[in-house]
Design a protein around this ligand. Sequence first.
Ligand code: PRX
Length: 630
Amino acid sequence: MTTQIKSLEEYKEAYQRSVSDPEGFWKEQAETFTWRQPFDKVLEWDFDGPDVKWFLNGKLNITENCLDRHIEERGDQIAILWEPNDPTHAVQQYTYKELLAAVCRCANGLKSKGITKGDRVVFYMPMVPELAIAVLACARIGAVHSVVFAGFSAQALADRVDDAQAKMIICSDYNNRGSKLIPVKKIVDDARAIGCDSVASVIVHQNTSDEIAWTDKDTWWHDLIDGQADSCEPEMMDSEDMLFILYTSGSTGKPKGVVHTCGGYMVYTCYTFRNVFQYQDGDIYWCTADIGWITGHSYIVYGPLLAGATSMMFEGVPTYPDAGRFWEICEKHKVNQFYTAPTAIRALMARGDEWPAKYDLTSLKLLGSVGEPINEEAWHWYNIHIGKEKSPIIDTWWQTETGGIMITPLPGITDAKPTYASYPMPGIQTCLLDSDGNELPEKDVEGLLCIKFPWPSMVRTTYGDHERCKLTYFSTFPGMYFTGDGARRDAEGRIRVIGRVDDVINVSGHRMGTAEVENAINEHPNVVESAVVGYPHDIKGQGIYAYVITQDLETDDAFRKGITDVVVKEIGPIAKPDKIQFVSGLPKTRSGKIMRRILRKIASKDTDNLGDTSTLLNPEVVESVKSGAL
Ligand code: PRX
């Protein structure tokens, strides 16, 4: 097993060593895994390419490390514990032995459908154990999984399937989400009607007893696995072979496929899981994320299983059947580590202190937060009402592209200050730059957050478009990975991540590109032009504010609904604008670029100092936009 830091001294030592001898540091961690063939070099890198390789020529299979290697010691320990959407339904659990057998059966089923190493398989499923099983089954046979969050629309699904040229889609019939039943398979059928030509088969997991339409490419999950052997030889993968693609929004219109590879991702997710969550044998660990996002990949599936943990999966939502559901689950399963998003904490905080007060939360040893800055009020509520001021809070900063947690307090080891993600993990060389690329080494300073040195689980490329990877992350400041975030370093060296400095909005911890939402809005036939910005939102962190120029200045609510419907169709409900303001023009520079800075200020009701607007192409428009603000 990778090492587990136990004291501040050990953290400092590990950090020092990881900087002075990164290759020696990571070699030791990597050697704790099962390699079919040992790596012969730890690292080769060039951020200009970018071209980063870890554990060169090492051969492995990540599932052998997640499953097989635990069988002897913990074969009968629960690996996955599943809590259903409906609290009256049965809990499911898989021991390590059972999970290995289930993964192998599914892997053999996938092979029977012609899936082989390198093929892409897209998932569009609710949080049921079969999602984790099939993701691992792909990894078992070397197929590349790409999980699409089941809240995206048919169009968004088709775009991702087409970009990945996926050979198979694995979905469910319906998705139980709170009191709603979401017709997942129908959305897959709709996606196939508008694209997905590369798809040869669709596997449908039966989650309900409701009817669905059937096509000749469809196979039931239960028929796929029926009669399959419960062992399957793991495919030998090169350390740098692709493990998965995960699509994420950026500042341009099209989501990009972030590519992670096998060896480095394995080492880093296990190392961070063990250290950040200080997992001990017998603990019940629960991360509330969806496997459709990176948090679910790294800290529901891979990290915990690599570390031999018991990882809980939850099918439902925090407010169903009532706002006490999270806390009821913590009591029911005696959860020890609880990892969630600030947006969920704020939503539950708004429902009142009486909900957590009803439950026994004494099993909790640690509380985690991820996805967006956690505001001070939510931090204190979490600390007082959930942790009873006894559980350290870890505010973990990281990204889809980083693969694992980068900056975080270590519980009980380094101190935790509200709103600060605090200190970098060993191996993570952070720095702050000014906009000219000069490093700002001093304390108490604000700048652009960059990483100077490679770490094992970093993004390798963006699928099918390496240039885009270079442009997005490695070109702004040559020789550095640029995160897209602004941050502050305090007098003690703690880092506080403030938020995106590019055209990306963080809505409920999910990234939305403003261009992506604008493209969707512009699909409406009566929209001439639109501009989308983020604004502070009490629950979501940031809300989506859309300024829209219309053909005929029709400004009724039906038109607003029409625009919302188009966004839901193009992207999904998560991209719905919270506010739509109709405007006659948008403030633009003389070169025709929209001045988002002004629009952001107006949306945030921060209009005292809009800066110099006299150089605009159309300064008169500012007053009218301001006076019509919602
Ligand atoms: O802006 C940062 C914010 O979320 C972005 C990454 O989003 P995504 O790739 O979807 O991954 C989210 C889950 C890892 C970052 O660029 N972010 C994430 N965690 C924090 C955060 N902002 C402040 N504090 C955090 N703890």
